[in-house]
Design a protein around this ligand. Structure first.
Ligand SMILES: [Zn+2]
Length: 272
């Protein structure tokens, strides 16, 4: 009887040991799960922080590319666009009309209307190109709102006649001719050079401009590799005055105007 009791006690204590061991194992597992979860969260946070940092990195080209197209993504709150204070950098595109307060200073020179503040720079560029046997000329400079309205209407008609729907004609037309108010030609700072030739980039004049335009303050406004950002098809003939300093930086960093303004805004925000 005593032995029976003793054995029972022994079994009981053995069960107790197993129970305690199991409890300990469960507790340890729980701790591990918690730690792993925390590490995982930390890893995710670190990845998110790294992504954030890389998008604000100064000259990281791919993040800039991504930044422009994901300006309104969930990670980054959409910032209200602010036109640069510098008149040379005024942004006019499909999303931004010329600000009502912007004042052009239009003169008639080189057989076109153009902003008087850029005529000297253009003249210097023209003369330097000519010295290198490249003759450039302006086929279109400043265009008023009314003129652009007319061009846009004509372009819509062209597509419309070819049997597409009205909406499609408008959408297609806005890829090749900017909507009134959204054309950069309204600034007086844009020039179409040597006619509007699709193959202008195969001429020596275009080669010369690609090498030297930035030294006179001009940039190729709608490059081939930036079409997803400018939302305008590649235009090898369309140059825009932005001033020498900006043009040289844009060229060196391979940034189009939209990206460059974004870059300046981010840098300004970082320095405040
Ligand atoms: Zn143009």
């Amino acid at each position: 009887m005593y032995q029976e009791k003793h054995r029972f006690k022994k079994t009981l204590s053995a069960f107790a040991v197993i129970f305690v061991e199991l409890a300990l194992m469960a507790a340890t597992t729980a701790v591990f799960v918690l730690v792993f979860e925390r590490v995982d969260t930390m890893r995710t946070e670190a990845a998110a922080a790294a992504a954030k940092n890389s998008s604000s990195a100064t000259v990281a080209q791919e993040s800039l590319n991504e930044g422009a197209s994901s300006a309104g993504s969930e990670n980054e709150p959409m910032q209200e666009f602010k036109q640069p204070d510098d008149w040379k950098l005024v942004l006019v595109n499909l999303d931004h009309e010329l600000p009502a307060t912007y004042k052009q200073s239009i003169v008639h020179q080189f057989n076109v209307d153009i902003d008087s503040r850029i005529t000297d720079s253009y003249q210097k560029m023209h003369d330097a190109a000519l010295k290198d046997n490249s003759k450039i000329w302006i086929s279109s400079g400043y265009r008023s709102y009314e003129k652009q309205q007319q061009l846009f209407a004509e372009e819509i008609q062209t597509f419309y006649k070819n049997g597409v729907s009205r909406e499609e004609a408008v959408s297609k037309a806005s890829r090749s001719v900017a909507r009134p108010g959204c054309s950069e030609h309204i600034t007086g700072l844009a020039v179409d050079l040597n006619g509007v030739l699709e193959n202008f980039d195969q001429t020596k004049e275009s080669d010369w401009l690609q090498k030297h335009a930035q030294d006179y303050g001009f940039v190729l406004r709608y490059p081939k590799d930036k079409q997803n950002i400018t939302k305008i098809k590649y235009e090898p003939w369309h140059y825009r005055y932005v001033g020498v300093e900006n043009a040289q930086k844009m060229k060196a960093m391979n940034l189009c105007l939209e990206e460059y303004i974004d870059y300046l805004n981010k840098n300004q925000a970082a320095s405040h």
